[in-house]
Design a binder for this molecule. Structure first.
Ligand SMILES: Nc1ncnc2c1ncn2[C@@H]1O[C@H](COP(=O)(O)OP(=O)(O)OP(=O)(O)O)[C@@H](O)[C@H]1O
Length: 550
């Protein structure tokens, strides 16, 4: 147990990210007036201890102190509350509410993608959190599944957005000199990558990527290297997965617009997603279906987006990394990307999932040396073991219709052949400007989803089956049946006849080629012996009939 300040004791590490290590901790005594939440002695909290590089940077410390009020006042049901900030010696730490649940990245990896309804409702709550922070002038800038914790309570599962302000702290001129930026490649908005001014629209772009990942299991832009991913953000159009209904695709596509001015505000995004969730559920009435189909009209941009102050220059993808940069892990930690002069030794910064390689190495032997090394398997359980709470979730989800997932091997999806509820819905024409979004596999009809009847709009349901959007595919030619008239029992009769033939052949072989007939002493051939037995039996039956007649 290590003290953090005089008020907290670190108990065990919960995880390590690019900017620090998160610990389960206990409150020793009530915090002072400067804390947003005073807390009670013995209360459990989570504490993010920032890395030594950050803690040692005078500019970060300044920012930390300056942003204290912003971080402490950000309160929303879907934002992990920052309770206190600790600055002590060379230690910077954020004290947060402890969230009992996995992060969304881990949940997705272990449970597979969400149904379109569930993904819409979950992302709507994240958009609520973004709308609240944008209204307060705070842009998250590092939205990704790993920064969404899933909190379970009596009313369901709630996404809780965390790491607010961390990107801003890491954005210190000392750490991110000109031509560097903080972010995670798979979720970086084109304007961040290009060094254009950033606004709250970068979070909406991140929400679009996250939404895409929720319904497909992977972000839209992938590649062998971070550089490739970055280029795709700048120039590639996302490919439409077959399981995404039209209204949901409209939302995703608008969030992923290259031009930030064309993306919806977070508030409109939340409203649009709830409209979509209502309109694509199995219980949708015609008005809800029509509203979902017209969701595009709801997705108005923010006329006055929150600005990211002092945006650093961005990484020019053509200059940042050598072409042989390490293979890119989309789930890698937040990166600080450098543009000039470090190509050689920074090549791995974008490619490696190693969160400790992210910040510029300033010669410290161990960049996490401010705290003891984090064990891979922290005491009290293997971090890769499913959380007990996740098993409950999985069970709850399995009781419902399951998501049909495009990239899953059908043989590995035992729920796939379950009957899916369908609802008649006007067919929509594919959008003309997105012909490539209709993959050949879209021929498969996508069934509609079955929302929880008692489900509250603020909660998302376990993943369910997606709705029909595509025309029914041509049926496979039927196999010719040996029983085309479907005569009952014919299969059984064939089996019996087959067995009789087998028995006959076997008995003939035994009779002719074994010493059996010598042992019995008849000396007769098989047929003669058979007809003998046959006449004996018919005589016996005749006698029986005669006796009963008398
Ligand atoms: N408030 C919290 N309550 C409980 N667990 C938390 C809390 N905050 C973070 N964690 C856990 O700690 C892990 C590490 O968090 P952290 O934010 O440092 O990592 P990250 O988001 O993966 O990294 P990055 O710094 O690249 O964003 C998370 O995956 C999560 O499991």
């Amino acid at each position: 147990m290590r003290p953090v300040g005089s008020k907290y004791l670190l108990e065990e590490p919960l995880g390590r990210g690019a900017t620090g290590t998160v610990w389960r901790a206990r409150q020793r005594e009530t915090a002072g007036a400067e804390a947003a939440v005073a807390g009670q002695p013995g209360e459990t909290v989570a504490i993010k201890v920032l890395k030594e590089e950050l803690a040692n940077d005078a500019d970060v410390v300044m920012r930390f102190l300056r942003e204290r009020s912003v971080l402490l006042r950000l309160t929303h049901p879907n934002i992990v509350r920052t309770r206190d900030l600790v600055v002590e010696g060379e230690l910077l730490a954020l004290v947060m509410d402890l969230i009992d649940g996995p992060d969304l990245h881990r949940y997705l990896r272990e449970n597979g993608p969400f149904s379109p309804v569930a993904a819409s409702l979950l992302t709507a709550q994240i958009a609520d959190a973004l709308a609240a922070s944008h209204a307060d002038g705070v842009v998250h800038r590092d939205l990704k599944p790993a920064n969404v914790l899933l909190k379970q309570d009596d009313r369901g599962m709630h996404p809780m957005l965390t790491d607010f302000g961390i990107a801003r702290l890491a954005d210190s001129p000392g750490l991110t000199r000109t031509h560097e930026f903080v972010g995670t490649p798979a979720y970086v908005a084109p304007e961040s990558a290009e060094g254009r001014p950033q606004t709250s629209a970068v979070d909406v772009y991140g929400a679009g990527i996250l939404l895409y990942e929720l319904v497909t299991g992977r972000p839209p832009f992938a590649g062998g290297s971070a550089l490739e991913v970055l280029h795709q953000h700048l120039s590639a159009e996302p490919r439409r997965p077959s399981t995404v209904p039209d209204p949901l695709w409209t939302v995703i596509e608008r969030c992923l617009r290259k031009n930030p001015d064309e993306r919806p505000s977070a508030e409109n995004l939340a409203r649009g997603l709830r409209t979509v969730a209502e309109g694509i559920g199995v219980h949708a009435n015609s008005a809800q279906i029509a509203a979902a189909d017209g969701v595009g009209a709801l997705l108005m941009p923010d006329p006055d987006p929150a600005q990211v102050p002092g945006v650093p220059g961005a990484a020019d993808p053509t200059q940042v990394l050598p072409s042989n940069a390490g293979s890119y892990d989309p789930n890698a930690a937040t990166s600080v990307m450098q543009q000039q002069g470090h190509q050689g030794n920074q090549a791995n910064q974008w490619g490696d999932a190693d969160p400790t390689s992210v910040l510029p190495n300033r010669g410290a032997a161990d960049p996490t040396a401010v705290m003891p090394p984090v064990p891979q398997n922290p005491p009290g359980g293997n971090p890769d073991d499913p959380h007990p709470w996740q098993n409950q979730l999985r069970a709850a989800r399995d009781r419902n219709e399951q998501t049909q997932v495009q990239y899953l091997d059908p043989n590995e999806d035992p729920l796939r052949r379950r009957p899916q509820r369908q609802v008649a819905r006007p067919q929509q024409q594919p959008r003309q400007q997105q012909p490539q979004q209709y993959a050949p596999r879209q021929q498969r009809p996508a069934p509609r989803q079955a929302p929880q009847p008692q489900q509250q709009p603020q909660q998302y349901a376990p993943p369910q089956a997606p709705p029909p959007q595509q025309p029914r595919p041509p049926r496979e030619p039927r196999q010719r049946s040996a029983n085309p008239m479907k005569i009952p029992g014919l299969g059984c009769l064939k089996g019996c006849l087959f067995m009789i033939v087998i028995l006959f052949v076997v008995s003939w072989l035994v009779w002719e080629f074994t010493p059996l007939q010598d042992w019995i002493g008849t000396g007769k051939g098989y047929w003669a012996q058979l007809s003998d037995w046959f006449s004996t039996v018919t005589d016996w039956i005749g006698e029986l009939g005669g006796n009963s007649g008398n």
